[in-house]
Design a protein around this ligand. Structure first.
Ligand code: DOR
Length: 426
């Protein structure tokens, strides 16, 4: 007999209710929701929200090939500490996730770590080279339902159109990294007055918006489902809003860093602030937040992008873009006051679970019979990060010294505790 776990004294947030009740877990499932429940293990949830575990649509776990930066195990542990029970693994590994062999490897490493569901995405094009399509049908038969070349966008419109036609037939979703490469050569930060003053090459908003526009029009003629990764500009939000108004099957995400950090930080020349797409302006942040509130943006996704210290210690032009996100996402989002707590659960669990097509076991209402993938977090607690105690293999977080609000107390994956009282269990 497995031990029963009772989460006591929290507020259970479901789609249609918010109830101050205990929750009992048995054999991997929610067994009961009620008052004064008892179990073999008790987890205190006083002052906490009890919700379905978070689902990250956008995590770079770096394995295979870049294990110096992160492994599937260390990334999974960082995810569990951040309240995640599922991570979509981005395909820019080495080798890239464009074959069933690599997909199976990533999935198996995820199972071996056993801390979250690791859901591999597949490449749209072979080797993410943008020249010919990856074996999408084979990958789809192997269980892949989200395809992306993230790290770069698919530049060739005709290839993208063909990928969408296949996607439509296979019933899978394509996720685009929107960046017209000709417009961003050598860019290190947002194209703005500040970048001109600093003499740094700029990454213009139009490089993102042109591809958002193109892909919306390709969705219009193909009818395939499309997800827009890490949107960062006001106009991108407007384009997606109009596409949704037209009834097109598009979804979109923003990252915690694009909601909280601005382009001026690059004046420090510190590569920790270099990210792709780049940090933008306060105007863009306001538009992204408005998009969260009116439902234009469906999900908050981390773009967790670990890099080895020596790479991030290079000069701004040489250093790779990207920053950590899994352990700080909730704290950043609530500190920003971008939305209500229940919206956070929708944006970080319910909606992304649906986009990743794993809503049979994630993003569920916590009622008897549901798979017990659960996050318990205190939405009020204020904290700052201690880089020494972070579990990611890399340290490239821009949030050192910043005030965060809201912290994960316990995480339960498939009915077993992965985090208790803020401590990883394994
Ligand atoms: O900043 C980023 N880093 N953006 C991406 O799209 C890729 C990612 C990475 O893999 O480091």
């Amino acid at each position: 007999m497995t031990k029963t776990i009772v989460i006591k004294g929290g507020t259970i947030v479901n789609r249609a209710s918010e109830q101050a009740l205990d929750l009992k877990i048995e054999n991997g499932l929610v067994a009961q929701v009620g008052k004064n429940l008892k179990g073999d293990v008790q987890l205190d949830a006083s002052g906490c929200i009890v919700a379905s575990g978070f689902v990250d649509l956008h995590a770079h776990l770096r394995e295979p090939g870049q294990e110096e930066a992160e492994t599937i195990e260390t990334g999974s542990r960082a995810g569990a500490l951040g309240g995640y029970t599922a991570l979509v693994a981005m395909p820019n590994t080495d080798p890239p996730q464009d074959s069933v062999a690599v997909i199976d490897f990533v999935r198996e490493q995820g199972k071996r770590a056993g801390l979250v569901d690791v859901v591999p995405s597949g490449c749209i094009t072979l080797g993410r080279q943008g020249e010919s399509l990856a074996p999408m049908a084979e990958l789809s038969a192997a269980g892949v339902s989200l395809f992306t070349d993230d790290g770069s966008g698919v530049q060739d419109a005709s290839l993208m159109r063909r990928a969408l036609e296949y996607a439509k037939g296979l019933g899978v979703t394509l996720a685009q990294h929107c960046e017209v490469a000709e417009l961003t050569k050598g860019a290190v930060m947002n194209e703005c007055q500040c970048c001109t003053n600093l003499g740094l090459p700029g990454w213009p908003a139009i490089a993102e918006e042109l591809m958002v526009f193109r892909d919306i029009e390709l969705v219009r003629i193909t009818g395939a489902a499309m997800h827009f990764l890490h949107l960062s500009t006001k106009r991108s939000v407007e384009l997606v809003r109009a596409a949704k108004r037209d009834g097109l099957p598009v979804t979109a995400e923003v990252t915690p860093h694009h909601l909280s950090l601005t382009e001026e930080l690059l004046a420090s020349f510190d590569p920790v602030f270099k990210v792709n797409p780049p940090l933008r302006s306060m105007h863009d942040i306001a538009a992204l937040k408005a998009g969260l509130i009116d439902g234009t943006i469906d999900a908050i996704a981390t773009d967790h992008a670990p890099h080895p210290r020596r790479d991030k210690e290079m000069s701004l032009d040489m250093a790779p873009p990207g920053m950590l996100g899994l352990e700080t996402a909730l704290g950043v989002v609530l500190a920003e006051g971008a939305c209500e707590v229940r919206d956070v659960v929708a944006l970080m669990s319910w909606n992304p679970a649906k986009i990743a097509r794993i809503d049979d076991r994630h993003g569920l209402d916590l009622v008897a019979g549901a798979v017990a993938n659960i996050c318990v977090f205190d939405p009020e607690i204020k904290w700052t990060i201690d880089p020494e105690r972070m579990v990611s293999k890399s340290i490239n977080t821009p949030y050192v010294g910043r005030n965060l609000q809201g912290r994960v107390r316990h995480t339960i994956f498939n009915g077993a505790t992965t985090v208790v009282d803020g401590q990883a269990q394994r």
